[in-house]
Design a protein around this ligand. Sequence first.
Ligand code: ADP
Ligand code: ZN
Ligand code: ZN
Length: 659
Amino acid sequence: MTFVRVALDVPLPRLFDYRADDASLADVGCRVVVPFGSGSKLGVVVGVTDATEQPVDKLRAIEAVLRDMPPLPADWLALCEFCSRYYQHPLGQVMSFALPPMLRRGKLPRARKHKVASAVSLPTLPTALPEQQAAVAAIASAHGFESFLLHGVTGSGKTEVYLRAIDAVLAAGKQALMLVPEIALTPQLEQRVSERFPGAHIVSAHSGIADAARARGFLAALDGSADIVLGTRLSVFMPLPRLGLIVVDEEHDASFKQQEGLRYSARDVAVFRAKQLDIPIVLGSATPALETFHHALSGRYRLLELNRRAVAEAPPAVRTVDTRKEKLQDGMSAALIEALAVRLERREQSLVFLNRRGYAPVLACPACGWVSRCRRCAANMVVHLTDKRLRCHHCGLEAGIPKACPDCGNQDIHPFGRGTQRLEAALSERFPEARILRIDRDSASTPTKWQALLAAIHAGEADLLIGTQMLAKGHDFPRLTLVGVVGADAALFAADFRAPERLFAQLMQGGGRSGRHDLPGEVLIQTEYPAHPLYRALVEHDYNAFARSQLDERQMAGFPPFSYQALLRAEAKDMSASLEFLGAACDAALPLAGDAVALYDPVPMRMARLKNLDRAQLLVESASRPALQSFLAEWNGLLHKLKAPRDLRWHLDVDPLEY
Ligand code: ADP
Ligand code: ZN
Ligand code: ZN
């Protein structure tokens, strides 16, 4: 008798066996409909065998084999299996995540003929600069798997290197996969890629694409008709039978790591995939993740450097402005205000970077000490004056702004601190003639609004931009010559050991928006700690010095990349239940951990309450990735058997980025 082993989208770390009465029908990689409980489910066949560990008389038969698309290829299944093992996530759930929603539901998009651009006027290419040429040659010379770190300062022409490397791959009849951190960056890039490869079939893949189009893209990738897939992290799961090159742009970006469900790092999965397929991969950044840089230093990744900007003469001049010595006006120093005035005069663009949206981070009563706390989270409600609301940025809870203190009735309550809206108000008062645009998650709440804002900036319809880290990434604004940074100091002393790395990357990327073309750029960083090594390194444009000193600190503390970590998190209605579960998990782990794996005490999370749930976590750590992996596999099995209150949720996060 023949049995098929099926991966189903259920939260259990196991596969399900069914009878296949006609064996020729069900191949590995086929989608099948099977009975499950009292209903039926769609799953993927991962094995066809003549043996099963289940009692045969209890096994049910598959209901249908879906033949409407080619079977999922073996390397795609292996990729999902790797993610399931590595991230301790059920295989069926990995596959369900990796499939576009429509195909997951067993539907097919209506076929649509792919339009190949008719204007086949080949673009005139810029002459590659020597460093670009060397990088392209190195990538082309890879035999099989090799990881490259393309470390190029902002504006050095990394994209040009990607495009040339892709060109070579297409010419060899292969497919290319390019991952970018954000949907917002894709339209600009899409245009650049399609202009460059007018005859190529380019598929975009990100969460902003409609269901049917996404399924069509997946099918085009699967049947080999797509040449280039360009997309955000989820496109790392596109089946690509002729894949010849993977590019991960802005590889340091935290958005490559998914923070829910399958907590994968698309960058790391991409490296696995390149190895699996024995093809080169290029990780590009101006501020590589310390993990990546560490691999480059140790020689595991080949380092390619672009040290000069492609168009602009020099990198922007970075200066700190010591704010201990002067009284700030609306949070701004005289030097910054003066620099903004000069840019307005010259009709150049400026950007003031403040990584805090809203009007003010909290509303407070000076008489009794009341603050606008969220009643569902361990967080403050942020004042939003544009629509006169208090809003929790963690759970979305909203309330009106009270006229008086809810506790003592005092009518003199104030917003404290400063967010982008407050800065906007102050700047429009100071520069009434300036056209000001605020760009944050409130003003760019939908992709359409975001695109409209970007278009306005490009069209030169704004003189002064106020933006959060949204604007720091990847954008190329030719007339932008000044970046002012306010309110960055808080991150210097954050408890998270990755905070300095993030701050450095943000400021270097943010500063890199200025002076990218023929106009020289300037960056002013307001700080009370101008001598801090992080700011010194920014002033010197010295990523290497910063990265090396951070790596030294990490090594001494035994933090990643010198150790490997996983977190078990639990959340429940009350903290004691969460901690109790983690305590039991810890007890279960002790006999498995051995010497190679360290277990820490269960502790409440830094953000201890979110959406009415109390959250706690347990850190496990090892100097050996294989040791941690085999421990996690055993432990995960036990965790699923632990008794837990009904309302308790738990998950494992492997290689966590947030603590
Ligand atoms: P990065 O991705 O490193 O930030 P880009 O690839 O966006 O940089 O390049 C920055 C600017 O330099 C772009 O306007 C690009 O068209 C231009 N550029 C890149 N390479 C060259 C070159 N070899 N010759 C002329 N201009 C170039
Ligand atoms: Zn009060
Ligand atoms: Zn909240």
